[in-house]
Design a protein around this ligand. Sequence first.
Ligand SMILES: [Zn+2]
Length: 456
Amino acid sequence: MKDCQPVPTPVPLLPHEGLVINIQGAGPHKPGRYRKGTDDFRYWVAREALCRGLSFWRTVFDCEKLEARWQRGKGRDQSLPVRLNELVDLNAYYDRTRLDFGHKVIAGETVYTGESPDIVGHELGHAVLDSIRPELFDAESDEVAAFHEAFADISAILSTLQLESFRVSVLEETEGRLQNTSRLSRFGEQLGAAIRYRRPDTVDADCLRNAANSFFYTDPRKLPPTGPAVLLSSAPHSFSRVFTGAFLEILAGMLRIESKGDNPTVTELQTVVHCAGRMLASAARDALFEPAFFAPVARRLISYDETVFDRKFRSAILTGFARRGILQVGEVFARPTTPPKRQPAASEGPVEPLRFDGRRFGLSDCDILVQVPVENGKKLQKNGVAEPDWEDAAERFLLNLFRRGRVELGELEVSLARDAVHPPVFLDTPRSHELRIADGSGKKPTVLISRRFFDI
Ligand SMILES: [Zn+2]
């Protein structure tokens, strides 16, 4: 069994080798005590949260020999810029080129999303996952997008636990039972309160999303595309709570195993956080690329524990995933767990994109192209055609994007948006995807849909 002792937290310095972050704006900022709402306060909260997250994941990646690289594109400076002040919006974004944190006046008070370590940790989590598994960014599947959101929330949880004073307070607050609601599980309390002021049904009663939840896996194709926070929908932020909830319970179970009882120490907590991070990163990288993505990741977590930790945490992982229906009880308890591992990208030439009739989504007569994931060509397409699972997932994903008003039409608004669903202006719905002309030469234009960003 390989060692899973806590690794001393590296001294947080910017930039980190390999994954470099650059906070933009006026400086320099002297360390000190600053009032909430000031530039200095915001800078230091964000900087410390980014350092904790980067230090944690760098340590994990080093252990796993995982290669990580920001996905900024060729020819661009490879440091990831962070903007804390420019955007007027009650949201935060990762769009591959930068992290952007907005602010907005709510009930006379300016709420800065970049002042929340949870939100900063979440957006960094999107960038971190993208740095080791870039194929997930633009996958047209609600469940893959939900995993991205879950990973981002879990990244914030694990990064926050790098702070010893926070580990102490969480163990006190939960009496050593991490599955209980606490400052750890309540993600985005301040932002949740701000959104609740305008749209009370869209967030949890005590925060944005509480990882201490009871949601059970349901095929997202059978769920409504949107819904109030108390119900599960196929919207990625909502559906992510199934995986995040399972992971919090798994972390709690791992802590009980590590501590052999009810009185875990901060050191034992640090140990299981490190182990959990290693398992999650490795599973996210290696899981088979399927539109129903939770189960392949869960299987890789079990397999990782088996080969690296000699099944030490097996009961916690099996219980967590079986209780949530992410894996079937018979499946996880009955058979040996050696799930297939994804293979490096197969170079089999260009893959024909999926093609959908735009009228199906309320657009004028056009074809919408969806790129088929090509990471593992043999698995995802046969004879140049996408497998039915991906075609079905992509069609539902598109339909839900239009229903939720998440598609930016830009200059195509006039020519294509005949009967498209438009979000009410007051909702300020972030348009996470966009349509661009791929070929406008024929009678019927062909447009390509792609992701612009992940938000909170
Ligand atoms: Zn997000």
